[in-house]
Design a protein around this ligand. Structure first.
Ligand SMILES: NC(=O)C1=CN([C@@H]2O[C@H](COP(=O)(O)OP(=O)(O)OC[C@H]3O[C@@H](n4cnc5c(N)ncnc54)[C@H](OP(=O)(O)O)[C@@H]3O)[C@@H](O)[C@H]2O)C=CC1
Ligand SMILES: O=C(O)[C@@H]1CCC=N1
Length: 268
C-alpha cells in the first residue's frame, strides 16, 4: 500500500501515541495529513501541533485503522464508543498494557481485525523495541503492514501473545529502569566531584555504547562484562558492591513485578 493511501488514527493522544507518531513521521511512513488523533481534552494536544485532532468516534469514521492508545481504567468504555464506527476495512491495533486480544475481540464486532502491540518510548528516536500478536481475524497482510509501519520506529517482532506482558516488564517499563540506572551513575560521579551535566552526558553515552556492543557483537553480557574487569582493577571492586546490593536480583524482581502487574491489569 502506498504511504499516501494509509491513514493512521490514534484514540488517545498521550505520550506513547505521540512517540509512535514522531517515529512514523521521521521515517516518512505516513504523511502528517493522514494522521488523526483523538483526546477527551486539549491538555496534551500541544505536542500534536500540525496534526489533526478530534473526537474518538471520528478517528474511526475516517478511512483508516486505529491505534487505541488511551490510559483509562479499562478500555471497555472507549471500545464501546468506537464500536459502531468500526468497519471490516479497519485494522484495530491496541497498545494498552495488560489488555488481551480476547478482551479486544469481545468488545469489538466479531469480524474485527485486531492486533495487539507493546511498544516502548524510544520509538520517538526510532530506537524502540516492539512486539505484536495478531487476533483471529488478522492475517499475514495486516501483520506485514503493521510490521512495516512499526519497523520505522525500531525493532519489531511478532510473538505469541503470552510474551506481550513479559515484554512490558522487560522493555515497555524497562526503559524507566535504565533511566534510573543512568541517573544513579551520574549521581555517583557528581558525588565524586564531576559537574552534573557532563556526568549525565557521559552516563547516557556509556549506556548507548554498552548497548551497541551487545547488539553488534552478539556476545553474552557476562562475557562483555568480564572484558571490562582488569584483574585487581577498578571494575571488579565496583561489581562487588553491586552484587552486595543485589542489583541483579532486584532488576529481576522489577521485571517480574511489572509483568505480573500487566497480567493483573487484564482483570481490573
Ligand atoms: N508511556 C509508555 O512508555 C508506554 C505506554 N504504553 C501504553 O500506552 C497507553 C497510554 O500510555 P501513556 O501514553 O503513557 O499515557 P498518557 O497519559 O500520556 O496518555 C493517555 C492519553 O489517553 C487519553 N485518554 C484518556 N481517556 C480517553 C478516552 N476516553 N478517549 C480517548 N482518549 C483518552 C488522555 O487524554 P487526556 O490527557 O486529555 O485525559 C491522554 O492523551 C497505556 O495503555 C500504556 O499501557 C505502552 C508502552 C509504553
Ligand atoms: O507504565 C505503564 O503501565 C506503561 C506500560 C509500559 C510502559 N508504560
Amino acid at each position: 500500500m502506498e504511504s499516501s493511501e494509509l491513514w493512521v488514527g490514534f484514540v488517545g493522544a498521550g505520550r506513547m501515541a505521540g512517540g509512535l507518531v514522531r517515529g512514523l513521521l521521521q521515517a516518512g511512513k505516513v504523511p502528517a495529513s493522514n494522521i488523526l488523533a483523538s483526546a477527551p481534552s486539549d491538555k496534551n494536544l500541544d505536542a500534536w501541533s500540525g496534526l489533526r485532532t478530534t473526537l474518538n468516534l471520528e478517528v474511526v469514521q475516517q478511512e483508516h485503522p486505529g491505534l487505541p492508545g488511551h490510559q483509562t481504567p479499562h478500555p471497555a468504555a472507549v471500545l464501546e464508543e468506537i464500536r459502531p464506527a468500526v468497519d471490516s476495512h479497519h485494522i484495530v491495533v491496541s497498545l494498552v498494557a495488560g489488555v488481551t486480544i480476547q478482551t479486544l475481540q469481545r468488545l469489538l464486532p466479531p469480524w474485527t481485525k485486531v492486533l495487539r502491540i507493546m511498544p516502548n518510548l524510544p520509538c520517538v528516536v526510532q530506537a524502540g523495541a516492539m512486539v505484536f500478536s495478531r487476533g483471529s481475524n488478522a492475517g499475514d497482510d495486516e501483520a506485514a503492514l503493521l510490521k512495516s509501519l512499526l519497523s520505522s520506529c525500531g525493532l519489531c517482532e511478532e510473538v505469541p501473545e503470552s510474551y506481550i506482558d513479559i515484554h512490558t516488564g522487560l522493555s515497555g517499563s524497562g526503559v524507566a529502569y535504565v533511566y534510573l540506572f543512568a541517573e544513579a551513575l551520574a549521581e555517583g560521579a557528581v558525588k565524586m566531584g564531576m559537574p552534573g551535566a557532563l556526568a549525565s552526558r557521559i552516563a547516557a553515552q556509556t549506556l548507548l555504547g554498552a548497548a551497541k556492543m551487545l547488539l553488534e557483537t552478539g556476545e553474552h553480557p557476562a562475557k562483555l562484562r568480564g572484558d571490562v574487569c582488569t584483574p585487581g582493577g577498578t571494575t571488579i571492586y565496583a561489581l562487588h558492591q553491586l552484587e552486595k546490593g543485589a542489583l541483579r536480583a532486584t532488576v529481576m524482581d522489577a521485571v517480574e513485578a511489572a509483568t505480573n502487574r500487566a497480567c493483573d491489569m487484564a482483570k481490573d
